[in-house]
Design a protein around this ligand. Sequence first.
Ligand SMILES: N[C@@H](CCC(=O)N[C@@H](CS)C(=O)NCC(=O)O)C(=O)O
Length: 260
Amino acid sequence: MSTESRPHVILWGVAKPPNAPSSSGFCQKLEAFLRFSGISYEVGETVPMKAPKGKVPFADIKHGGKTVTIADSHFIVRYLVENGLIQDPNTDLTAIQKGESRAWQAYIEELLYSAIVRDRWYLDENYAVTVEEIFGGMSWPLRPMISWFFRRKVKQSIWNAGMGRHSQEEAQSLQKEAFEALEARMSGHLYFHDSQQPTRIDLIIYGFLANTLATNGNPYWTDMVLRSSTLLAFTKRMTTLLFPEYELLLHRIEEAEVLK
Ligand SMILES: N[C@@H](CCC(=O)N[C@@H](CS)C(=O)NCC(=O)O)C(=O)O
């Protein structure tokens, strides 16, 4: 197949640091799918305001002489699979396993990640760290203006989703419940469904673990994960398989393993 006709994806997401996970869990999840599938892709930089659904990621998918734009990580993966552009990692799963995967996906994406993002943008000390990590390269007065704007926007969407209406203790108790459930579910398993290769839910769990472990903006969650041999081993295995260039993340995991 000539380079021209080879399928190619442009993953549009927030600015990504070199050799490190994206600061957006959903962008990192999608990149894990793309990397695992072997499809040709590149990462483009944008802002949610420019996205078709007002959220990142969205993707330009070039195949069969056309370019199709799809928004939302779930629908992007669905499009790639349905059009035969990537293999479905869930092919060999039973209907019950697929259902369980989908339930965990919703738990992680809709509830857990929302509680973690709440911590990043609601708590002043985490907000300061998050701003430094994401907008550190920006100069004054752009940086305070953009940070203020994003904080207002994210807080509004966390409030609308319902997570912003809980107290900090309640929201953190949801993180703890999810941590304990995830650790118990993954304990003793190389992959979620004991498959030979990662399935969709492994790529999803990985995307969010890599994203949340690569930042100092959600220490409540990170401190729990860094004490979990199961989740550290899983994240290390997946990073080595998919993103060996994430040296700082691997270093953080290895340091935590030594301290255990
Ligand atoms: N269901 C969407 C969720 C995407 C999402 O929430 N993206 C966040 C960044 S991690 C976003 O763009 N937020 C901007 C906003 O809510 O205004 C997906 O799977 O892609």
